[in-house]
Design a protein around this ligand. Structure first.
Ligand SMILES: [Fe+2]
Length: 691
């Protein structure tokens, strides 16, 4: 038989991951296959006098092919177990077709110049792998199902759930753990590549501290006056914009609409029985309307932080569980009209109003904000984004193969999350950590509050931006015309959904494909399964254990909720932290006294006594500055690409284009706003929870 004629036809790039142990000493063999089933000769990826396939490296190899070889359709990969470190994490293969003549008029034997095979997994010596171009397929269509199943089994032993937060011992199986959300037991080796990112982040704190240059600050003396306190911002970390306005009532209203926790305000349809407010209390504060008229006209709004009631906190401190009433005036400004700091009516629980003396009212507002700040950190920020999504990330690794389209769709939004949670939150939410020192709730309070919050979380309520707004009665623009958080969050959520829908519907172009997808079914089941049964415990996830999701739309909705939480949800609650908390009186994470039991007059000196000392102020400033730093790219501009198929690539392109348009629109709208709000401008929203 005449020898098959071959010629140098391709340049193969093999990219090795950045994980610990990703590089290999084993011999790796690759074969290409075309659409007619023709194969190249097996190629050993070995260059003379060179250490191939080392961690983080991209190595190039020449590949010969029979002259009649067509377009590359499949890649066959296997390795032996030579050497001490034989394991290999392959990120991707890229193939350049050297026969491609370009888009000029010259006839080209092939239509494409590049082929992508994203792999994103450990290649075991136990299997022979076969990958389709783009490496994206549902399990029922995977030509290489054995290794796929084995890979998921291995993931199940490295991505284990544990139901504790930060400081709680891994072995703690007592009642204290029940109700906490699912976390990863130990940071899997695969996630460790992101540690470099984290450590850069941690050293930034030291740099920031050095920049402040106020070593004289690091003592425990109090500030002499508010002007003494505000004078330090200019020469250090920058002045939060609220410095001149933080005492104003309209500002207190704006904090509810575009502050760091803009998801508390609700339309009030009747005054709660436990709020001791009558017409007399608020007389003169509502454009001559009676309370009933204002309620009927939907002009009354409320923030009810009953979830804070009875929460434990640091010694000698007291947390409010406040009810705050607001009136929407004729200029559509939301103004506070009454504040009751505890839930139960009583002589020692006065209702404060703007009619009280200036500092009495100011201190009441500070205690309200102090309580809301605890809620913000425990739930809106850490609990409902960082921690809730950690369980989702673990569940995804355990149930969806890296070949699964949903894995590839969500993976860019999970970047750094496990590392930042395992390493970063450990410092914040631990005994003696930042929350324990610099927040009124301390460690015991935040753990308790998170637990309450996770019990209250349901998909029905928090599964979409509009459902959450509707539940608070503030979805409708006619009811609450000025609400920047809502006005920016809704279109951004819609763009995310559109992008998700394109990709999900492409892969499940009929419902049978979805029904036959056993990875999707087990992913759904574990997301919904109760925490006491080793699940993530997301209440109300649509579908059932028996049948999985009922429709493709439900899959779109759940994936949208996840991507939105990792991007929009986190951005809304994270990046404004320095602006709000940085100047402590504006949004005090901690106050050094118990709640006022009567309408006491306060001198400025007495207010300074309630505020933290210089050392703690510095800690609050530095940490919130650090947490407000954006270190990653904008939504849609992915740090790591997983989807290479034409539909995925086009969807991502459209997504970026639409977000760009939205960003321009946001910038225009911002001009007319009562106060700047660009935290949900897609340009400033990162892909993932990475800080
Ligand atoms: Fe964060």
């Amino acid at each position: 038989m005449a020898p098959i004629k071959e010629k140098k036809s391709f340049k193969l790039t093999a990219a090795t991951g950045n994980q610990d142990g990703a590089g290999t000493d084993a011999n790796v063999y690759v074969t290409f296959e075309d659409e007619e089933g023709r194969r190249t000769k097996e190629k050993k990826l070995d260059k003379l006098l060179y250490n191939d396939l080392e961690k983080g490296k991209k190595d190039k190899y020449d590949i010969n092919a029979p002259v009649e070889f067509g377009a590359v359709k499949k890649l066959h990969v296997h390795r032996d177990s030579t050497g001490l470190g034989d394991s290999w994490f392959c990120d991707y293969f890229e193939i350049k077709d050297l026969r491609f003549k370009g888009n000029n008029n010259e006839p080209s034997p092939t239509k494409k110049e590049y082929y992508y095979f994203p792999i994103h997994r450990w290649i075991s010596s136990q299997h022979r792998y076969e990958f389709d171009e783009y490496g994206t397929c549902l399990p029922q269509a995977d030509p290489c199902i054995g290794p796929r199943k084995a890979d998921l089994e291995a993931k199940k032993s490295s991505y284990n759930y544990v139901y504790r937060i930060g400081a709680m011992a891994a072995t703690d199986t007592t009642d204290a753990c029940v109700g906490h959300c699912a976390q990863v037991e130990t940071l899997p080796a695969d996630e460790k590549f992101s540690e470099d990112y984290y450590w850069n982040f941690a050293t930034d704190k030291l740099k920031l501290l050095a920049e402040t240059k106020w070593m004289e600050w690091t003592n425990q003396t109090k500030w002499n006056s508010l002007s003494d306190l505000r004078s330090v911002y200019k020469k250090s970390l920058g002045e939060p914009k609220c410095l001149d306005v933080w005492r104003e009532d309209w500002w207190f209203g704006l904090q509810r609409l575009q502050g760091v926790n803009p998801v508390i305000i609700e339309l009030c349809t009747q005054i709660p029985d436990n709020l001791a407010v009558t017409d007399t209390t608020v007389e003169g504060l509502m454009d001559d309307l009676t309370l009933n008229e204002a309620l009927e006209n939907k002009k009354i709004f409320i923030c009810d932080l009953k979830i804070m009631d009875g929460l434990c906190c640091k010694e000698n401190r007291e947390l409010a569980a406040p009810l705050a009433l607001f009136y929407l005036n004729k200029e559509n400004k939301l103004l506070p009209i009454a504040l009751q700091l505890k839930q139960e009516k009583g002589d020692d629980n006065p209702v404060f109003t703007p009619k009280d003396s200036k500092n009495t009212w100011l201190v009441a507002k500070m205690f309200y904000n102090n309580s809301e700040a605890q809620h913000h950190q425990a739930l809106t920020h850490l609990g409902y984004t960082h921690l809730l999504m950690e369980g989702v990330v673990v569940c995804t690794h355990r149930n969806l193969s890296p070949s699964h389209p949903l894995f590839k769709l969500m993976a860019p939004h999970f970047l750094f999350l496990l590392a930042i949670n395992s390493r970063g939150l450990e410092k914040l939410v631990s005994e003696g950590g930042w929350v324990d020192c610099c927040m009124t709730q301390g460690l015991c309070g935040i753990l308790d509050l998170m637990k309450r919050g996770f019990e209250a979380w349901t998909y029905t309520k928090f599964g979409s931006v509009s459902a959450e707004l509707e539940a608070r009665g503030v979805l409708n623009k006619d009811v609450l015309p000025y609400y920047p958080y809502r006005d920016d969050a809704l279109p951004l959520f819609a763009e995310i959904r559109k992008y998700v829908k394109t990709i999900v519907e492409h892969h499940y172009d009929n419902e049978d494909k979805m029904k036959e997808d056993w990875e999707l079914k087990s992913w759904r089941e574990e997301l919904a399964k109760q925490r006491s049964e080793n699940g993530v415990g997301l209440a109300d996830i649509p579908g059932s254990k028996e049948d999985g999701f009922n429709s493709v739309d439900e899959v779109v909705d759940v994936v949208t909720m996840i991507i939105s939480t990792c991007s929009l949800g986190h951005a809304a609650s994270n990046f404004q932290q320095y602006e709000q908390y940085g100047y402590v009186p504006n949004y005090p994470g901690i106050l050094m006294s118990t709640l006022p039991k009567e309408k006491k007059e306060y001198t400025e000196e007495e207010i300074m006594q309630i505020l933290p000392d210089k050392r703690m102020t510095l800690d609050i400033m530095v940490i919130t500055k650090l947490l407000s730093t954006k270190g990653t790219q904008s939504l849609g501009d992915f740090e790591m690409q997983y989807l290479y198929d034409p539909v995925g690539v086009q969807a991502a392109k459209d997504f970026r284009k639409n977000l760009d348009r939205l960003s321009k629109k946001n910038k225009l709208e911002n001009v007319d706003r009562q106060w700047d709000f660009d935290w949900l401008d897609p340009e400033f929203v990162p892909n993932a929870i990475s800080v």
